[in-house]
Design a protein around this ligand. Structure first.
Ligand code: ATP
Ligand code: MG
Length: 266
């Protein structure tokens, strides 16, 4: 996938995020372009979720510049910007009511994010929600309360919801967490289809496991203690020396049929 000509959707320039004494991010530079799919890796506490908070217009930097979808943070109404960004995370999942029906969780996305509420949804919205539930394998449980779903079904429901507003940028914070092997493979396969869809939004996936990286992901960013250790094409970044440095552990890394595996070496 050529990336030089596609437009930037996230531009982070010399950004620091400081909370009290804690330096969450330090001198971060990162550009995501429309046709790129990025994986974000790093140990617990490295700053991955903080970086997604910046990229989703949920947080302002302490210093530096953040531009999202051509708009500069601080000079744009974030409530206008947020519907153009799809975000899934454990924190967002916790805010979904256990009693809400799956179909409503998905279709209400466009209404919730703009702070509107209507008793009836447009036919267009219902059609789109049905298509997304089909695509993410949750159509059979459309009438079930969200609280009755398995972890894998919840994760897929959230992604369908995040795609409901037809976002230009999709940010997924650990969508593979808590899934069993079959659930993980199912998710990787669906994310691979999305990664390869030329009409799909730019994608950023946070994960702790290289096994969860869908083939078709083009770029990787390694974070360590709030700093970018490496960023660029997956083949250049997901190497044994760089991953070993990121996780402070000697690792062997293999790539087969587009899938990665990593284990301790020696
Ligand atoms: N408001 C805050 N004040 C102080 N420290 C904070 C604050 N918010 C987050 N942190 C710290 O910033 C660091 C980065 O947090 P972040 O959630 O971005 O990490 P992460 O890479 O997503 O980690 P994980 O893999 O565990 O999800 C952590 O050490 C966290 O405790
Ligand atoms: Mg996190």
């Amino acid at each position: 996938m050529a990336s030089v000509d596609s437009e930037p959707v996230v531009e982070i320039r010399d950004v620091d995020v400081i909370r009290g004494q804690a330096h969450l991010l330090r001198r971060v530079d990162w550009t995501v372009r429309a046709d790129q799919r990025w994986v974000l890796l790093g140990p617990n506490g490295a700053g991955k979720t903080t970086l997604l908070q910046l990229a989703s217009a949920q947080m302002h930097p302490s210093s530096g510049e953040v531009r999202i979808l051509g708009e500069t943070m601080g000079a744009v109404d974030v409530f206008e910007l947020r519907p153009r960004i799809g975000l899934t995370s454990a924190a967002i999942a916790q805010r979904i009511s256990a009693a809400e029906r799956v179909g409503d969780v998905v279709v209400s996305a466009g209404y919730a994010v703009v702070g509107r509420w209507r008793e009836r949804y447009d036919v267009h919205d219902l059609t789109r929600a049905a298509m997304l539930m089909q695509q993410w394998g949750v159509a059979p449980m459309a009438h079930r309360p969200f609280g009755t779903l398995s972890e894998g079904e919840r994760k897929r429901t959230q992604i369908a919801r995040a795609l409901m507003t037809d976002p230009e940028l999709l940010l997924l914070d650990e969508p593979g967490a808590g899934l069993d092997l079959a659930g993980r493979e199912d998710l990787v396969s669906r994310l691979t289809d999305l990664a390869r869809d030329a009409y799909a939004p730019a994608q950023v996936l946070v994960t702790h496991h290289v096994e969860e990286i869908p083939p078709g992901y083009t770029h990787a960013l390694l974070l360590r203690e709030g700093e970018v250790l490496a960023a660029g094409p997956v083949g250049d970044v997901l190497t044994a020396p760089l991953l070993s440095e990121a996780f402070a552990l000697p690792l062997t890394v293999q790539r087969q049929d587009g899938r990665f595996t990593a284990r301790r070496s020696g």
